[in-house]
Design a protein around this ligand. Structure first.
Ligand code: ZN
Length: 211
């Protein structure tokens, strides 16, 4: 049995260097409507790609037909979806980031989030950060670092509502730091701070990184 929760997702300061984003906070984020299960599954760790079960369901597919869409019921189960309800195509997160920005479509007016597990919720928040802060994505590790830091800050902010304890938050921080380290290594560039674990386990940075 799912219930609906409004997650508080306020705008955050950009903490990566200039130029990683070309339109920071073009739309001020505010809240994310999350349709949650009674118990959030947490067996799966956070991995490098949007996981199955993470679905952005369209409130009004006709009004947002510019987005790549698929039938919602193919990807989200148990949400009392109508036969013809549509969702953002799971492969189209990057396209949506560009298209929402081009059309100046407020993400909150376009989607609600279906996320049955902790990794899907973290990725949903990560994508929510992208949707409100446009970047050319030509520096993926740095772009993803920024969005992961915001996702974690939003997760902490809503932890009591979600039902997450300190151990669960610490685990997410560790897994995001590991993921980030891999991305910088793959790009053969150094991260902006030497200790990514400390960065993720600490509070949201109050100043730009690497100063
Ligand atoms: Zn991303």
């Amino acid at each position: 049995m799912q219930s609906v929760v409004l997650l508080d997702t306020p705008p955050m300061a950009c903490v990566v260097e200039e130029g990683v984003f070309d339109a920071w906070s073009w739309c001020a984020s505010d809240s994310l409507e999350w349709h949650r299960p009674a118990k959030l599954a947490d067996e799966r760790g956070i991995e490098s790609a949007n996981p199955p079960g993470l679905v952005f369901v369209l409130r009004d597919a006709a009004a947002h037909a510019f987005l790549p869409r698929e039938l919602a019921r193919l990807h989200a189960f148990g949400y009392e979806l109508a036969e013809d309800d549509e969702a953002l195509a799971p492969w189209a997160i990057d396209d949506a980031t560009d298209l929402l920005y081009e059309r100046r479509a407020r993400p909150r007016d376009v989607f609600w989030l279906a996320a049955p597990a902790l990794d899907t919720l973290v990725w949903g928040l990560h994508d929510w950060a992208h949707f409100h802060n446009h970047g050319p994505f030509d520096r993926p590790a740095m772009t993803e670092l920024q969005c992961d830091l915001i996702a974690l800050a939003w997760l902490r902010r809503n932890a009591p509502l979600i039902g997450l304890d300190d151990a669960a938050l610490a685990r997410v921080a560790r897994e995001l730091a590991t993921l980030s380290r891999t991305r910088f290594a793959d790009e053969c560039i150094p991260p902006p701070v030497s200790d990514l674990d400390a960065l993720f386990s600490g509070p949201y940075p109050s100043d730009r990184l690497g100063r």
